[in-house]
Write a protein that binds this ligand. Structure first.
Ligand SMILES: [Zn+2]
Length: 457
């Protein structure tokens, strides 16, 4: 997901977990324990897991109709930064899910859900025409004490999860690479406020900075991080974040801009023109990205690309990327971070290469868009402005800024009809310094922060 530059600069969607959870539960009885409150079903971390993490580097291959997943490598990592009480995600987000079962008891002990470049590729024209492509994905879990079964499932067009990969992994397997994760990159500590398992751990990765530009990277990380913590809801929870950077010199400065026939040799192979969309900047080398991040404890990755151009991209619950030196860089990164950290949808209309990103007749799982206009069923009913009309008519621009009406405004998720967003304006729809996330997006980000860092200890 990216940002629509035009709607950004010219003008410009949360939910009650219950709905999507219900959809989720259809295909796996074991997940029926997922709650609707942001709580996760209890799994005794220490019974099943040890220190550190296990990383799976995999490939997703296919087109709009078919997908296979194959395992490339397994690595032991030194850190598991995520909260021990949320081994099973409480959120229904993501187009792929990784289910980890204890082999001996059959119990589901960890669930991770996320998007991938492949899940976006599936919705493009070439994928519909049957052009098969391959993309890297990375899956992590805390290091298991005993053999686990990993099952990977993708959502089908009816949004049901369908198993596509299964593998039993013994943590003593000699094929798990137990080499040092320390790649001798430079570590930048922006702020460290506490135990990673009780904090949101952001890692900024350098991309397209040469050795001579290390100082620029450090400045850019501080500037963008400082900006984030002046904005809702990050401001309120600043002391629940650890922020680190990892610097590695790229051979050349900048990034690939294929439409301009400009190519640069960089560590993570970030590139504009993802899926032939000029402003869409993503990292193709997902495995290398996670190897680089694994040097520090992290929950979420921000790839900072050394460029003055406008652009960015975010892959839900994996990472986001943005450029460092455009006048809207900090805002753009917060938009992309909305996708990658809190699984927010784009609230704008059109200007993308996706077809039917949100299948007709199916309620999106994203927290900030809906097909529902019934007051009692709308995901963000707890945030609706009292007595607001549903659907909600557009207000004039000045009035919209003044009133901050939360309703159901038609248009969002790339389409003008049948999908509704909560407020007229929001960073997930347009970039405006004054705007910020709408109330519903703010609430979704807050709930994700609180899952990682439930209290200020
Ligand atoms: Zn919003």
């Amino acid at each position: 997901m990216t940002l629509d530059c035009c709607s950004v600069l010219r003008q410009p969607v949360q939910y009650v977990l219950g709905f999507a959870i219900a959809a989720l539960m259809g295909c796996a009885g074991a997940v029926a324990q997922q709650s609707t409150s942001g709580d996760s079903p209890a799994v005794d971390f220490d019974q099943y897991f040890d220190k550190g993490a296990l990383r799976f580097e995999l490939y997703q291959t296919g087109d709009a109709k078919n997908c296979t997943i194959s395992l490339h490598e397994m690595f032991a990592e030194p850190y598991w930064a995520e909260n021990k009480n949320h081994l099973i995600t409480p959120f229904p987000y993501g187009k792929t899910r990784a289910m980890f079962y204890d082999v001996e008891s059959g119990q589901l002990i960890c669930v991770r859900q996320f998007d991938s470049m492949f899940s976006e590729y599936m919705t493009t024209g070439p994928a519909r025409d049957g052009v098969s492509r391959v993309f890297e994905i990375t899956v992590r879990c805390p290091m298991p004490r005993k053999p686990v079964k990993l099952v990977l499932e993708n959502r089908n067009s009816a949004y049901e999860f369908i198993p596509v990969f299964e593998r039993i992994v013994d943590p003593n397997d000699l094929h798990i690479r137990r080499e040092s994760a320390d790649l001798k990159d430079g570590i930048v500590e922006v702020q460290v406020t506490g135990d990673p398992q009780q904090r949101v751990d952001i890692v900024y990765l350098s991309e397209g900075y040469t050795a001579a530009e290390e100082g620029d990277f450090r400045e850019d990380v501080h500037r963008i991080s400082d900006f984030m913590f002046t904005q809702r809801p990050f401001e309120e929870y600043k002391d629940r974040f650890n922020v680190r950077g990892v610097f590695r010199a790229s051979p050349e400065s900048g990034t690939d801009e294929p439409a301009q026939r400009r190519y640069r040799s960089t560590n993570l192979n970030a590139t504009f023109n993802t899926f032939d969309l000029d402003r869409y900047l993503l990292v193709e080398d997902n495995h290398a990205m996670h190897r680089m991040a694994a040097q520090v404890p992290y929950d979420t990755i921000i790839v900072l690309v050394n460029s003055k151009r406008y652009g960015g991209g975010g892959i839900g619950l994996d990472y986001c990327a943005g450029t460092s030196d455009h006048q809207h860089s900090a805002l753009t990164l917060l938009h992309e971070f909305g996708h990658s950290f809190a699984y927010l949808a784009d609230e704008y209309i059109g200007n993308v290469v996706y077809n039917d990103m949100y299948p007709e007749g199916i309620e999106p799982v994203e927290p900030n868009i809906t097909r529902e206009t019934n007051r009692d069923r709308i995901k963000w009913k707890h945030l609706l402005t009292p007595d607001v009309d549903l659907p909600t008519s557009l207000l004039d621009a000045a009035e919209a800024k003044k009133q901050q009406v939360v309703g159901a405004f038609e248009g969002g998720g790339y389409v003008s009809k049948g999908i509704y967003r909560p407020e007229q304006d929001c960073w997930m729809g347009k970039l405006d310094q004054d705007e910020g996330y709408c109330a519903v997006c703010t609430d979704a980000v807050r709930r994700m922060i609180l899952m990682h860092a439930p209290d200020a200890r």
